[in-house]
Design a protein around this ligand. Structure first.
Ligand code: 5GP
Length: 206
């Protein structure tokens, strides 16, 4: 069957827990590669350059755009975020499933450019739970939390553009759900046309 990796976009409201799900997925299975984005936002406590993000100045980021080093980029609550191209292309060619953890504008741009991209949307069970998690995380000021909740309400309008919803209630279950969806995606007939052709030829004795 097809050995080419699948490009997977994971979006979800800020505070949906998508980052934790991805970390667990990568720990548990070894065929996934997580793309590290570039951003102009300030590092949060505990974040390291080159691990969570490549932290860039606005000028550096704009240079990356001009040199077409990004597959996509978007502005999110006053900062730039973008996906470096080279890593994604290398990993896909090596047969790994590459995960982009990006917001909706970027997700739709990727889908337009690469229509075979699998789009997953992670959501908490309810809006109340989202609010509780954002406040509980304690990494942002109330003002930023309000801005992110407002953005969540806007992003919810685009949820239907995604291929699958993943409700993040119990972490373990959620990780398995994501893994199963991706495994199933590999078996889709449209991703395995060469395999079908080969079997047909063999059956005809060619
Ligand atoms: P945070 O500041 O919480 O790390 O990220 C804010 C939002 O930006 C999240 O929804 C995250 O998924 C999104 N994001 C992170 N990297 C990228 C990227 O490379 N491109 C786009 N379009 N969004 C990104």
């Amino acid at each position: 069957m097809n050995s080419q990796g699948i490009l997977i976009v994971v979006s979800g409201f800020s505070g949906s827990g998508k980052g934790t799900i991805m970390k667990e997925l990568l720990k548990k299975y070894d065929n996934y590669a997580l793309s590290i984005s570039a951003t102009t936002r300030q590092p949060r406590e505990g974040e390291t350059d080159g691990r969570e993000y490549f932290f860039k100045t606005r000028e550096e980021f704009e240079k990356m755009i001009a040199k077409e080093e990004l597959i996509e980029y978007a502005k999110y609550v006053n900062n730039y975020y973008g996906t470096p191209r080279a890593y994604v292309e290398e990993q896909l060619a090596a047969g790994r499933d590459v995960i982009l953890e990006i917001e909706i504008q970027g997700a739709l741009k990727v889908k337009e450019r690469f229509p075979e991209t699998l789009l997953l949307f992670v959501t908490p069970p309810s809006a109340e739970e989202l609010r509780r998690r954002l406040i509980g995380r304690g990494t942002e000021s109330m003002e930023v939390i309000e801005a992110r909740l407002k953005r969540a309400a806007e992003e919810a309008d685009g949820m239907e553009s995604y291929d699958y919803f993943v409700v993040n209630d119990v972490l373990e279950t959620c990780v398995e759900d994501v893994h199963r969806i991706i495994r199933a995606e590999h078996s889709k007939s449209c991703r395995n046309k060469a395999f079908a052709e080969q079997i047909k030829r063999e059956l005809k004795g060619e």
